[in-house]
Design a protein around this ligand. Sequence first.
Ligand SMILES: [Fe+2]
Length: 378
Amino acid sequence: MANAKTTNILDTGVKLVRNVGSFNFGNGAVVDLAIHVDKRREIAREAGADDRAVYLVDEFFESSEGFVSLLGSRHEDHVAYVGTADEPTTDSIDKLTAKLIAKGFSNPATIVGVGGGITLDTAKAVANLLTNGGNAADYQGWDLVKVPGVHKIGVPTISGTGSEATRTCVMTNKKTGLKLGMNSDHTVFNHLVLDPNLTATVPRDQYFYTGMDAYIHCVEALAGSYRNAIGDAYSQETLNLCRKVFLADDMMSTEAREQLMVASYLGGSAIAASYVGVVHPFSAGLSVVLGIHHCVANCIALKALGEFYPEANKEFLKMAERQKVLIPAGVCSNLSDEQYEALFKGTIVHEKPLTNALGSDFREILTIDKVVALFKQM
Ligand SMILES: [Fe+2]
Protein backbone atom coordinates (compact mmCIF):
# COMPACT_ATOMS: atom_id res chain seq x y z
CA MET A 1 0.00 0.00 0.00
CA ALA A 2 2.87 2.36 0.74
CA ASN A 3 4.01 1.91 -2.84
CA ALA A 4 0.54 2.57 -4.20
CA LYS A 5 0.45 5.79 -2.23
CA THR A 6 3.64 7.15 -3.78
CA THR A 7 2.84 6.11 -7.35
CA ASN A 8 -0.65 7.57 -7.17
CA ILE A 9 0.44 10.88 -5.79
CA LEU A 10 -1.42 12.83 -8.49
CA ASP A 11 -4.58 10.74 -8.45
CA THR A 12 -6.57 13.36 -6.64
CA GLY A 13 -8.87 14.01 -9.62
CA VAL A 14 -9.68 17.38 -11.14
CA LYS A 15 -10.74 19.48 -8.24
CA LEU A 16 -13.36 22.16 -8.66
CA VAL A 17 -11.38 25.28 -7.95
CA ARG A 18 -12.64 28.42 -6.31
CA ASN A 19 -12.27 31.47 -8.56
CA VAL A 20 -11.95 35.10 -7.59
CA GLY A 21 -15.41 36.45 -6.67
CA SER A 22 -15.42 39.44 -9.03
CA PHE A 23 -13.10 41.88 -10.71
CA ASN A 24 -12.81 45.18 -12.54
CA PHE A 25 -10.40 45.38 -15.45
CA GLY A 26 -9.15 48.33 -17.46
CA ASN A 27 -6.81 51.29 -17.54
CA GLY A 28 -7.83 53.57 -14.69
CA ALA A 29 -9.85 50.84 -12.92
CA VAL A 30 -8.05 51.65 -9.67
CA VAL A 31 -10.30 54.69 -9.17
CA ASP A 32 -13.15 52.24 -8.54
CA LEU A 33 -11.30 50.67 -5.63
CA ALA A 34 -12.64 53.24 -3.16
CA ILE A 35 -16.21 52.29 -4.14
CA HIS A 36 -15.54 48.63 -3.37
CA VAL A 37 -13.91 49.45 -0.04
CA ASP A 38 -16.82 51.72 0.89
CA LYS A 39 -19.27 48.90 0.14
CA ARG A 40 -17.39 46.74 2.62
CA ARG A 41 -17.48 49.55 5.20
CA GLU A 42 -21.24 49.79 4.80
CA ILE A 43 -21.73 46.03 5.20
CA ALA A 44 -19.55 46.08 8.34
CA ARG A 45 -21.48 49.04 9.83
CA GLU A 46 -24.81 47.31 9.22
CA ALA A 47 -23.48 44.26 11.05
CA GLY A 48 -22.22 46.43 13.92
CA ALA A 49 -18.64 45.47 13.07
CA ASP A 50 -15.43 47.43 12.49
CA ASP A 51 -15.83 49.53 9.34
CA ARG A 52 -12.16 50.43 8.96
CA ALA A 53 -9.92 48.97 6.27
CA VAL A 54 -6.36 47.70 6.28
CA TYR A 55 -4.13 48.54 3.31
CA LEU A 56 -1.02 46.46 2.72
CA VAL A 57 0.94 48.30 0.06
CA ASP A 58 4.21 47.45 -1.70
CA GLU A 59 6.97 49.66 -0.27
CA PHE A 60 7.67 50.85 -3.83
CA PHE A 61 4.69 53.22 -3.43
CA GLU A 62 5.73 54.67 -0.07
CA SER A 63 7.18 57.74 -1.76
CA SER A 64 4.30 58.17 -4.24
CA GLU A 65 2.43 61.12 -2.84
CA GLY A 66 -1.34 60.76 -2.77
CA PHE A 67 -1.21 57.11 -3.85
CA VAL A 68 -2.98 55.69 -0.79
CA SER A 69 -5.71 58.30 -0.87
CA LEU A 70 -6.27 57.35 -4.52
CA LEU A 71 -6.93 53.87 -3.10
CA GLY A 72 -9.75 55.23 -0.93
CA SER A 73 -7.97 55.07 2.42
CA ARG A 74 -9.21 57.22 5.29
CA HIS A 75 -7.24 58.50 8.26
CA GLU A 76 -8.82 55.92 10.60
CA ASP A 77 -7.67 53.02 8.39
CA HIS A 78 -4.34 51.28 8.80
CA VAL A 79 -1.76 51.47 6.02
CA ALA A 80 1.32 49.24 6.23
CA TYR A 81 4.04 49.15 3.60
CA VAL A 82 5.25 45.65 2.77
CA GLY A 83 8.99 45.23 2.24
CA THR A 84 9.98 43.31 -0.88
CA ALA A 85 13.68 42.68 -0.19
CA ASP A 86 12.73 39.25 1.16
CA GLU A 87 9.88 36.97 0.19
CA PRO A 88 7.25 36.24 2.89
CA THR A 89 8.22 33.91 5.71
CA THR A 90 5.93 32.30 8.25
CA ASP A 91 7.62 34.58 10.83
CA SER A 92 7.03 37.77 8.83
CA ILE A 93 3.35 36.86 8.44
CA ASP A 94 3.00 36.10 12.17
CA LYS A 95 4.65 39.41 13.08
CA LEU A 96 2.47 41.50 10.77
CA THR A 97 -0.68 39.75 12.02
CA ALA A 98 0.31 40.37 15.67
CA LYS A 99 0.98 44.03 14.84
CA LEU A 100 -2.47 44.48 13.28
CA ILE A 101 -4.14 42.85 16.30
CA ALA A 102 -2.11 45.05 18.68
CA LYS A 103 -3.28 48.13 16.76
CA GLY A 104 -6.92 47.02 17.09
CA PHE A 105 -7.38 45.74 13.53
CA SER A 106 -8.30 42.14 14.31
CA ASN A 107 -11.42 42.16 12.12
CA PRO A 108 -11.28 44.98 9.56
CA ALA A 109 -14.02 45.47 6.95
CA THR A 110 -11.56 44.48 4.25
CA ILE A 111 -7.85 44.00 3.63
CA VAL A 112 -6.59 45.62 0.44
CA GLY A 113 -3.33 44.19 -0.94
CA VAL A 114 -1.63 46.48 -3.46
CA GLY A 115 1.58 45.26 -5.07
CA GLY A 116 3.29 42.25 -6.59
CA GLY A 117 3.22 38.61 -5.55
CA ILE A 118 4.92 39.27 -2.22
CA THR A 119 2.36 41.86 -1.15
CA LEU A 120 -0.65 39.96 -2.51
CA ASP A 121 0.47 36.74 -0.81
CA THR A 122 1.03 38.65 2.42
CA ALA A 123 -2.51 40.06 2.28
CA LYS A 124 -3.97 36.59 1.67
CA ALA A 125 -1.99 34.98 4.50
CA VAL A 126 -2.74 37.71 7.05
CA ALA A 127 -6.47 37.65 6.17
CA ASN A 128 -6.55 33.90 6.88
CA LEU A 129 -4.60 34.17 10.13
CA LEU A 130 -6.73 36.96 11.59
CA THR A 131 -9.85 34.78 11.55
CA ASN A 132 -8.26 31.35 12.08
CA GLY A 133 -5.79 32.17 14.85
CA GLY A 134 -2.57 30.29 15.52
CA ASN A 135 0.59 30.66 13.47
CA ALA A 136 1.17 30.82 9.72
CA ALA A 137 3.13 27.54 9.82
CA ASP A 138 -0.01 25.74 11.07
CA TYR A 139 -1.65 26.28 7.68
CA GLN A 140 1.21 25.44 5.28
CA GLY A 141 -0.27 22.66 3.20
CA TRP A 142 -3.57 21.74 1.58
CA ASP A 143 -6.99 22.70 2.97
CA LEU A 144 -5.85 23.37 6.52
CA VAL A 145 -7.51 26.80 6.79
CA LYS A 146 -10.74 26.16 8.72
CA VAL A 147 -12.86 29.29 8.28
CA PRO A 148 -12.97 32.10 5.66
CA GLY A 149 -10.43 34.85 6.13
CA VAL A 150 -11.17 38.56 6.39
CA HIS A 151 -12.67 39.93 3.14
CA LYS A 152 -9.80 40.83 0.82
CA ILE A 153 -9.28 42.84 -2.35
CA GLY A 154 -6.21 42.38 -4.55
CA VAL A 155 -4.70 45.12 -6.69
CA PRO A 156 -1.70 43.80 -8.64
CA THR A 157 0.89 46.36 -9.68
CA ILE A 158 3.09 43.94 -11.65
CA SER A 159 1.99 41.01 -13.81
CA GLY A 160 3.07 37.40 -13.93
CA THR A 161 2.97 35.52 -10.64
CA GLY A 162 -0.77 34.89 -10.88
CA SER A 163 -1.03 35.38 -7.12
CA GLU A 164 -4.13 37.46 -7.77
CA ALA A 165 -5.94 34.35 -9.05
CA THR A 166 -4.59 31.44 -7.00
CA ARG A 167 -5.73 29.67 -3.84
CA THR A 168 -2.29 29.84 -2.26
CA CYS A 169 0.07 32.35 -0.64
CA VAL A 170 3.65 31.18 -0.71
CA MET A 171 5.73 31.50 2.47
CA THR A 172 9.06 30.06 3.54
CA ASN A 173 9.33 28.47 6.95
CA LYS A 174 12.92 29.27 7.93
CA LYS A 175 12.93 26.65 10.68
CA THR A 176 11.94 23.73 8.44
CA GLY A 177 13.15 25.14 5.09
CA LEU A 178 9.67 24.45 3.74
CA LYS A 179 8.46 26.82 1.02
CA LEU A 180 4.75 26.16 0.89
CA GLY A 181 1.59 28.22 0.98
CA MET A 182 -1.85 28.02 2.57
CA ASN A 183 -3.53 26.13 -0.28
CA SER A 184 -7.19 26.73 0.45
CA ASP A 185 -10.41 28.03 -1.11
CA HIS A 186 -10.36 30.58 1.72
CA THR A 187 -7.12 32.05 0.36
CA VAL A 188 -8.73 33.27 -2.90
CA PHE A 189 -9.33 37.02 -3.19
CA ASN A 190 -12.95 38.17 -2.94
CA HIS A 191 -12.40 40.96 -5.45
CA LEU A 192 -9.66 42.14 -7.82
CA VAL A 193 -8.97 45.50 -9.37
CA LEU A 194 -6.87 44.88 -12.49
CA ASP A 195 -5.51 48.20 -13.77
CA PRO A 196 -2.71 47.87 -16.36
CA ASN A 197 -1.78 51.54 -15.81
CA LEU A 198 -0.29 50.47 -12.47
CA THR A 199 2.42 48.42 -14.18
CA ALA A 200 3.81 51.30 -16.27
CA THR A 201 6.50 52.19 -13.73
CA VAL A 202 7.87 48.68 -13.14
CA PRO A 203 11.63 48.40 -13.90
CA ARG A 204 12.09 46.55 -17.21
CA ASP A 205 14.11 43.59 -15.87
CA GLN A 206 11.63 43.00 -13.06
CA TYR A 207 8.74 43.28 -15.51
CA PHE A 208 10.33 40.59 -17.72
CA TYR A 209 11.28 38.16 -14.94
CA THR A 210 7.85 38.41 -13.32
CA GLY A 211 5.99 38.10 -16.62
CA MET A 212 7.97 34.97 -17.41
CA ASP A 213 6.52 33.34 -14.28
CA ALA A 214 3.17 33.15 -16.11
CA TYR A 215 4.88 31.76 -19.22
CA ILE A 216 6.81 29.15 -17.22
CA HIS A 217 3.77 28.03 -15.20
CA CYS A 218 1.98 27.19 -18.43
CA VAL A 219 4.93 25.61 -20.24
CA GLU A 220 5.29 23.28 -17.26
CA ALA A 221 1.56 22.57 -16.99
CA LEU A 222 1.21 21.70 -20.69
CA ALA A 223 4.27 19.41 -20.64
CA GLY A 224 3.04 17.50 -17.61
CA SER A 225 1.20 14.21 -17.44
CA TYR A 226 -1.46 15.50 -15.09
CA ARG A 227 -3.60 17.48 -17.49
CA ASN A 228 -7.20 18.50 -17.80
CA ALA A 229 -9.15 20.47 -20.39
CA ILE A 230 -9.69 23.52 -18.19
CA GLY A 231 -6.05 23.83 -17.15
CA ASP A 232 -4.94 23.33 -20.76
CA ALA A 233 -7.25 26.05 -22.07
CA TYR A 234 -6.03 28.57 -19.50
CA SER A 235 -2.40 27.60 -20.20
CA GLN A 236 -2.66 27.82 -23.97
CA GLU A 237 -4.20 31.29 -23.91
CA THR A 238 -1.65 32.45 -21.34
CA LEU A 239 1.18 31.33 -23.64
CA ASN A 240 -0.44 33.05 -26.64
CA LEU A 241 -0.59 36.31 -24.71
CA CYS A 242 2.97 35.96 -23.38
CA ARG A 243 4.25 35.43 -26.93
CA LYS A 244 2.46 38.58 -28.11
CA VAL A 245 3.99 40.55 -25.23
CA PHE A 246 7.57 39.29 -25.18
CA LEU A 247 8.09 38.82 -28.90
CA ALA A 248 6.78 42.35 -29.60
CA ASP A 249 9.22 45.22 -30.02
CA ASP A 250 8.19 46.75 -26.70
CA MET A 251 6.92 44.44 -23.96
CA MET A 252 5.80 47.50 -21.96
CA SER A 253 3.58 49.24 -24.51
CA THR A 254 0.05 50.04 -23.29
CA GLU A 255 -1.31 47.08 -25.26
CA ALA A 256 1.39 44.69 -24.02
CA ARG A 257 0.82 45.66 -20.39
CA GLU A 258 -2.92 44.97 -20.80
CA GLN A 259 -2.17 41.59 -22.39
CA LEU A 260 0.31 40.61 -19.69
CA MET A 261 -2.12 41.49 -16.91
CA VAL A 262 -4.66 39.15 -18.48
CA ALA A 263 -1.96 36.47 -19.02
CA SER A 264 -1.02 36.68 -15.34
CA TYR A 265 -4.61 36.19 -14.22
CA LEU A 266 -5.18 33.28 -16.64
CA GLY A 267 -1.80 31.76 -15.76
CA GLY A 268 -2.73 31.85 -12.07
CA SER A 269 -6.02 30.16 -12.93
CA ALA A 270 -4.06 27.57 -14.93
CA ILE A 271 -1.90 26.53 -11.99
CA ALA A 272 -4.97 26.47 -9.77
CA ALA A 273 -6.27 23.74 -12.11
CA SER A 274 -3.01 21.87 -12.84
CA TYR A 275 0.59 21.38 -11.69
CA VAL A 276 3.94 22.94 -12.54
CA GLY A 277 6.97 20.83 -13.52
CA VAL A 278 10.76 20.80 -13.25
CA VAL A 279 11.52 24.55 -13.35
CA HIS A 280 9.63 25.53 -10.19
CA PRO A 281 11.30 22.92 -7.95
CA PHE A 282 14.79 24.05 -9.06
CA SER A 283 13.68 27.66 -8.65
CA ALA A 284 12.45 26.88 -5.13
CA GLY A 285 15.89 25.42 -4.33
CA LEU A 286 17.53 28.67 -5.44
CA SER A 287 15.10 30.70 -3.32
CA VAL A 288 15.36 28.64 -0.15
CA VAL A 289 19.15 28.15 -0.19
CA LEU A 290 20.41 31.33 -1.84
CA GLY A 291 17.51 33.74 -1.23
CA ILE A 292 17.05 34.45 -4.95
CA HIS A 293 13.56 35.81 -5.66
CA HIS A 294 11.05 33.47 -7.26
CA CYS A 295 10.66 35.04 -10.71
CA VAL A 296 14.32 35.66 -11.48
CA ALA A 297 15.12 32.20 -10.04
CA ASN A 298 12.64 30.69 -12.53
CA CYS A 299 14.43 32.40 -15.41
CA ILE A 300 17.85 31.22 -14.18
CA ALA A 301 16.46 27.68 -13.87
CA LEU A 302 14.72 27.57 -17.27
CA LYS A 303 17.92 28.77 -18.96
CA ALA A 304 19.73 25.67 -17.60
CA LEU A 305 16.87 23.18 -18.00
CA GLY A 306 16.69 23.11 -21.80
CA GLU A 307 16.91 19.32 -21.87
CA PHE A 308 13.50 19.13 -20.20
CA TYR A 309 11.87 21.99 -22.11
CA PRO A 310 13.86 22.41 -25.36
CA GLU A 311 11.35 24.55 -27.29
CA ALA A 312 10.40 26.77 -24.39
CA ASN A 313 14.06 27.23 -23.51
CA LYS A 314 14.80 28.46 -27.04
CA GLU A 315 11.76 30.72 -27.15
CA PHE A 316 12.51 32.16 -23.71
CA LEU A 317 16.10 33.03 -24.72
CA LYS A 318 14.76 34.71 -27.85
CA MET A 319 12.31 36.74 -25.74
CA ALA A 320 15.07 37.84 -23.35
CA GLU A 321 17.23 38.88 -26.30
CA ARG A 322 14.36 40.74 -27.99
CA GLN A 323 13.66 42.69 -24.80
CA LYS A 324 17.37 43.18 -24.02
CA VAL A 325 17.07 41.61 -20.58
CA LEU A 326 20.01 39.76 -19.05
CA ILE A 327 19.47 36.55 -17.10
CA PRO A 328 21.90 36.36 -14.14
CA ALA A 329 24.58 33.68 -14.55
CA GLY A 330 27.07 31.99 -12.26
CA VAL A 331 24.82 32.12 -9.19
CA CYS A 332 25.73 28.55 -8.18
CA SER A 333 29.42 28.51 -8.93
CA ASN A 334 31.78 28.05 -6.00
CA LEU A 335 29.24 26.93 -3.42
CA SER A 336 30.09 24.57 -0.56
CA ASP A 337 29.17 20.86 -0.63
CA GLU A 338 26.58 21.59 2.07
CA GLN A 339 25.00 24.25 -0.12
CA TYR A 340 24.83 21.92 -3.14
CA GLU A 341 23.23 19.27 -0.95
CA ALA A 342 20.74 21.79 0.36
CA LEU A 343 19.92 22.81 -3.23
CA PHE A 344 19.32 19.16 -4.09
CA LYS A 345 17.07 18.64 -1.06
CA GLY A 346 15.22 21.91 -1.68
CA THR A 347 14.45 20.74 -5.23
CA ILE A 348 13.65 17.07 -4.80
CA VAL A 349 11.17 17.74 -1.98
CA HIS A 350 8.64 18.99 -4.56
CA GLU A 351 7.20 15.59 -5.38
CA LYS A 352 3.94 16.64 -7.02
CA PRO A 353 5.37 18.83 -9.78
CA LEU A 354 8.33 16.50 -10.37
CA THR A 355 6.01 13.50 -10.67
CA ASN A 356 3.84 15.53 -13.03
CA ALA A 357 6.85 16.25 -15.23
CA LEU A 358 8.95 13.10 -15.01
CA GLY A 359 6.76 10.35 -13.55
CA SER A 360 6.87 8.70 -10.16
CA ASP A 361 10.44 7.50 -10.80
CA PHE A 362 11.72 11.07 -11.01
CA ARG A 363 14.42 10.31 -8.40
CA GLU A 364 16.07 7.96 -10.88
CA ILE A 365 16.45 10.84 -13.34
CA LEU A 366 17.18 13.57 -10.81
CA THR A 367 20.01 11.93 -8.89
CA ILE A 368 22.11 14.14 -6.64
CA ASP A 369 24.93 14.19 -9.22
CA LYS A 370 22.55 15.20 -11.99
CA VAL A 371 20.85 17.90 -9.93
CA VAL A 372 24.13 19.39 -8.73
CA ALA A 373 25.49 19.40 -12.31
CA LEU A 374 22.40 21.32 -13.44
CA PHE A 375 22.74 23.85 -10.62
CA LYS A 376 26.38 24.38 -11.56
CA GLN A 377 25.18 25.55 -14.99
CA MET A 378 23.02 28.25 -13.42
FE1 LIG B 1 5.70 30.70 -10.16
